[in-house]
Design a protein around this ligand. Structure first.
Ligand SMILES: [Zn+2]
Length: 112
């Protein structure tokens, strides 16, 4: 297993993920102001759906910024290094989440 091959594999999955997120973020969100308010329940569920869409979009944006940072770090030669403690991120973690910015220990600490 050569590191160069791993990097190219990571780059390929990062690019694929980046494209998926860009497509997702490019989709318009329905504007509830443009719909006719037939019933309050319908209006409420529409608002709820829009809020959910916005939350999903926030998460996609965050993920996209991580994916792009990971792609940059491949070019910089710092890919796979934890941005928090500077230790290498485990290969298994990178396989599961190629855009992981931190090692599993730091991710657990930061989640708390
Ligand atoms: Zn760390």
């Amino acid at each position: 297993m050569s590191p160069a091959t791993d990097l190219e594999t990571a780059r390929a999955s990062l690019n694929a993920e980046r494209e998926r997120l860009l497509v997702e973020l490019g989709q318009p969100i329905e504007n509830p102001a443009q719909m006719t308010y037939g019933s309050q329940a319908a209006a409420a569920s529409q608002v709820f759906e829009q809020q959910r869409d916005l939350a999903l979009r926030d998460r996609s944006r965050l993920e996209l910024s991580r994916v792009e940072a990971a792609l940059r770090s491949i070019d910089d030669g710092t890919y796979g290094i934890c941005t928090n403690c500077g230790n290498p991120i485990g290969a298994e973690r990178l396989e599961a989440i190629p855009w992981a910015p931190t090692c599993i220990d730091c991710a657990r600490k930061l989640e708390r």
